[in-house]
Design a protein around this ligand. Structure first.
Ligand code: UTP
Length: 580
C-alpha cells in the first residue's frame, strides 16, 4: 500500500491513512479479541483458505424439515394469531434494511422511493411509515413504534433527503433511527492483501459487506439496550420492496408470541430448484440442531450429502423446505444477549470467482460478506427458532429485476419480480382479500407491457388505515353486504370505510381522515375509470420510476371522495356524500 510513498504529497498520504483508520474503527472486535482491520484480514485469510481447499461449511450435517406453522389465510386460527400479534405489535421495533445497490433493477435512485403501486402512488418508504402510524392510530396513540432504517454509502444521502423533503411522511424524525453500513476493504488474493483503487493510488477499493451489518450496527449504536429499557419485546426485520410482507407480520408476531420463538422467519412455499434460500433444520452429532436459511446454490449438494434426493419436490409438488422471504421477527431479549456475546460480530463468508481450478487467483478483488438471516448461529442453545409460512399471493411481492431480467424470469416460469410484476401482486392480493371478505371481484386476462404479461386490473389499493390485518379487512365488508367490482375497475380505500352495497365499474377513491367514518350504502358507480397505458421501451417523457414499469396510469374519469371533517358519513347513489 505504501509503495512510492517517499515522493507522495502529505495530503495524499493523509487521505489513505484516514480511510484505513475509519475502516479499522468500524469493524467490530471478534470473539478472539482481534480488532478492526487486523480482525477483518484474519477472518478473510481463514475463509479464503477454506474456500481454496473447497471445505464444505455444512460438512457432517443431516438436513431435516424444520418445525413451523403453515398458515391458512383468513381461517379462525389465522385471525386469532393476528389478534394476538396486534396485542404486542406496539412492543415491536421495525427494522428496514435499505442499503442494497439494487443492481438487478438498474434504477438510478433508491428502491424505497419507488411506488409499490401507481394508483395511490405512495413510495415504499411512505407505505411502511403509514403502516406504523396506523398501528399507533388504531392502538395506543401515545406509544410510538420505532423505525430503524439501515442505509449504506450508496443509499444514505438519498434516503435522508426523501424523508426530510416529505416531513418524515408524518412520522417525527426522533422516532426514526438511521444506521449506516460502510463498505469493507476488497482483498486481492488468498493472503487477503488489500487493494488500491485503479484510479486513485491513495484510496482503498471497498465493497458492500451485506445486510448482516444491520445486527453489528444495532449493537454498536447502543439502540438495543435503549429499546429494552423502553420495554420493547420484538424486532421485525424487513426488506426494502416487499410491501405485502406487512400483511403477514401481525399473524407472524402472534405465532412468535404463542410459541415463544426467539426467531421466526416469514416464508412462502418453495418450488424445487427455485433460486430462493430454504429454511432447514441442520443436525450434527453432539451439537444443538440449527434451524437456519440455506442459500439455494448450496441446498442441492447439502441435501444429497445428507442422503436425500437433492433439491426435489415432495408429494405436494413443492420443496418440503419453505422459502425464506428475508423478513423475520426476533425476540429482543435473546437477540440482544446473542449480540453481546459476539460484540456484534456476524458470521461471514467469502465467494471469490477464481481464474482457474488451482483456486489461487481471483478474476477480480473479493470481500467478506454477512447475511442478516444468519442470526440463529449466534442464538443460545435454548432459544427456539421456527418459521411461519404464508401463501405467496398473500405475502410475497419484492422488486428485484429490470424488465429485461424479468422477461427471463418469466420465461423460466418463476416470479418476474419487476416493478410491474410486484404491482400486479399487490392488486391481486387485495382482490383476493376482498373476495375472502365476501365481495365479488371479477378478474381480467393479462396484457403485455414491454413484453411482460401483467393483469393490473381490477386495481385495488387499500392503505393500512383501511385495514392492517385480514381480520380487520373482513370486518370492512359486513355479513350480508353486496359488493361487486368489475374487471376494469380501480378502487382505492384509505381510512375507516365500510363497504355495504357497492356496484363499481370504473374508478372510486375514498379517503377518510382521522375521526371520519364512511359507510358505502346503495352505491352504483359507472365511469370511464383509469387505464394502464403501455409505454414504449424508449419513452423519454416519463420519469424513471414509471418508465421501468412499462406502463403509466391514465386517469380518465373517477369518483374521488376525500372527507376531512370528523363525523359519520354515507356514500350513496352515484357517489353522493351524506352526513348522518
Ligand atoms: P437484495 O438481495 O435485494 O440485494 O437485498 P440488493 O443489493 O438490494 O439488490 P441487487 O442484488 O444488487 O440486485 C435484500 C435486502 O437487503 C438490503 C436491500 O436493500 C434489500 O432490502 N441490503 C442488501 C442491505 O441493506 N445491505 C446490503 O449490503 C445488501
Amino acid at each position: 500500500l505504501f509503495e512510492g510513498w517517499e515522493a507522495a504529497a502529505t495530503s495524499d498520504k493523509r487521505r489513505l491513512l484516514t480511510q484505513l483508520l475509519e475502516l479499522d474503527a468500524r469493524y467490530p472486535v471478534d470473539v478472539q479479541g482481534r480488532v478492526g482491520l487486523e480482525a477483518y484480514i484474519a477472518h478473510a485469510r481463514e475463509l479464503l483458505t477454506g474456500s481454496a481447499d473447497n471445505t464444505n461449511p455444512f460438512d457432517g450435517y443431516v438436513v431435516e424439515i424444520p418445525e413451523g406453522e403453515r398458515m391458512q389465510i383468513g381461517s379462525d386460527a389465522f385471525r386469532s394469531d393476528e389478534r394476538l400479534g396486534m396485542r404486542v405489535i406496539q412492543d415491536a421495533v421495525f427494522v428496514l434494511v435499505a442499503g442494497g445497490l439494487g443492481e438487478r433493477l438498474g434504477f438510478n435512485g433508491i428502491k424505497v422511493e419507488l411506488p409499490s403501486e401507481t394508483c395511490l402512488g405512495e413510495s415504499f418508504l411512505a407505505s411502511y411509515i403509514s403502516a406504523l402510524l396506523a398501528i399507533q392510530e388504531m392502538g395506543d396513540p401515545s406509544r410510538p413504534v420505532p423505525l430503524v432504517i439501515m442505509t449504506s454509502e450508496d443509499t444514505d444521502t438519498r434516503t435522508r433527503a426523501l424523508l426530510e423533503s416529505n416531513g418524515g411522511f408524518g412520522m417525527p424524525m426522533e422516532q426514526i433511527h438511521i444506521i449506516t453500513q460502510a463498505n469493507v476493504p476488497a482483498v486481492a488474493d488468498n493472503q487477503a492483501r488489500l487493494v488500491l483503487s485503479a484510479s486513485d493510488p491513495f484510496k482503498l477499493q471497498t465493497k458492500p459487506h451485506g445486510h448482516g451489518d444491520v445486527h453489528t450496527l444495532l449493537f454498536q449504536s447502543g439502540l438495543l439496550p435503549r429499546f429494552e429499557r423502553e420495554g420493547r419485546k420484538y424486532m421485525v426485520f424487513f426488506q426494502d420492496t416487499n410491501v405485502l410482507a406487512f400483511r403477514a407480520i401481525p399473524a407472524a408476531l402472534g405465532v412468535s408470541e404463542r410459541n415463544g420463538l426467539a426467531m421466526n422467519s416469514l416464508t412462502v412455499p418453495r418450488y424445487a430448484g427455485e433460486p430462493a434460500g430454504a429454511i432447514c433444520r441442520l443436525v450434527r452429532p453432539a451439537e444443538v440442531p440449527l434451524v437456519i436459511n440455506v442459500e439455494y446454490n448450496q441446498l442441492d449438494a447439502l441435501l444429497r450429502t445428507s442422503g436425500q434426493d437433492g433439491d426435489a419436490a415432495d408429494d405436494s409438488g413443492k420443496s418440503p423446505y419453505p422459502a425464506n422471504c428475508n423478513t423475520f421477527i426476533l425476540s429482543l431479549g435473546p437477540y440482544a444477549r446473542a449480540l453481546e456475546a459476539t460484540s456484534g460480530t456476524m458470521p461471514e463468508f467469502v465467494n471469490p470467482k477464481y481464474t482457474d481450478a488451482s483456486r489461487t487467483s481471483f478474476k477480480k478483488p473479493t470481500r467478506l460478506e454477512c447475511m442478516m438471516q444468519d442470526i440463529p448461529r449466534l442464538l443460545a442453545a435454548g432459544d427456539r427458532v421456527g418459521f411461519t409460512d404464508f401463501d405467496r399471493w398473500f405475502s410475497f411481492s419484492p422488486i428485484k429485476n429490470s424488465i429485461d431480467q424479468a422477461l427471463k424470469a418469466h420465461a423460466d416460469g418463476v416470479y418476474a419480480a419487476s416493478p410491474g410484476a410486484a404491482e400486479e401482486k399487490v392488486y391481486r392480493a387485495n382482490a383476493a382479500l376482498l373476495r375472502l371478505a365476501g365481495a365479488t371481484v371479477e378478474s381480467a386476462p393479462p396484457r403485455e407491457y414491454l413484453g411482460l404479461p401483467l393483469a393490473l386490473q381490477p386495481a385495488i389499493a387499500m392503505t393500512p388505515r383501511f385495514a392492517l390485518t385480514v381480520d380487520a379487512l373482513i370486518a370492512r365488508v359486513p355479513t350480508g353486504a353486496s359488493v361487486t367490482i368489475s374487471s376494469r375497475s380501480t378502487l382505492l380505500l384509505d381510512g375507516d370505510v365500510t363497504l355495504h352495497e357497492l356496484q363499481l365499474d370504473g374508478t372510486l377513491v375514498v379517503r377518510a381522515a382521522r375521526g371520519v367514518q364512511v359507510h358505502i350504502i346503495g352505491c352504483a358507480i359507472h365511469n370511464a375509470g383509469w387505464v394502464f397505458v403501455p409505454l414504449k421501451a424508449d419513452s423519454v417523457d416519463v420519469p424513471p420510476p414509471i418508465a421501468i414499469r412499462g406502463y403509466r396510469v391514465s386517469k380518465l374519469e373517477a369518483v374521488e371522495i376525500e372527507i376531512t371533517e370528523p363525523g359519520n358519513y354515507q356514500l350513496v347513489g352515484n357517489g353522493v356524500v351524506r352526513k348522518v
